[in-house]
Design a binder for this molecule. Sequence first.
Ligand SMILES: Cc1cc2nc3c(=O)[nH]c(=O)nc-3n(C[C@H](O)[C@H](O)[C@H](O)COP(=O)(O)O)c2cc1C
Length: 144
Amino acid sequence: MSAPLTAVSYVSRAVEEFDDARLADLLAQSRRSNHEHDLSGMLLHRRGRFFQVLEGPKDAVDELMTKIRRDSRHDEVRVLLTEQIEERRFNEWTMGYEPIGVTSTPVPEGFRDTFDDLESDDDDASIRAVRELTVWFRARTAAA
Ligand SMILES: Cc1cc2nc3c(=O)[nH]c(=O)nc-3n(C[C@H](O)[C@H](O)[C@H](O)COP(=O)(O)O)c2cc1C
């Protein structure tokens, strides 16, 4: 039996402006470190907001989430969903990335300009939005 896997989905607000160079730095650093810690996931960035899914061994996910919560480059970190999962959904990505709005694939309903659905007070709506985005991201990157 392999160790249980955990997936955490959260949203946050960028404190400073993340231009392409900053995002590239963050991704390069994340990919290297995630690979070392057996972590995978995806990161979306749009209009100063982040949406990230992190998955892997529970201890590694918890440890990284502690660092991420303390990272002064963003604030208002709000975990939407913590799940025990049987299988990874982002196997091929130590940290997949999509700048929303640049893609030719339509973004899921309700997710065009903001993270409104994700941040809804209605937990069911948030969970549905996380799932929709996951499916969208995987379809988008599989087609690319
Ligand atoms: C939105 C956002 C997403 C991040 N995602 C990751 C990630 O997937 N992996 C990672 O190692 N660091 C990520 N970081 C960076 C961590 O917060 C932290 O800076 C990094 O783990 C280095 O920590 P260390 O200096 O203690 O090693 C992210 C930071 C931000 C702001």
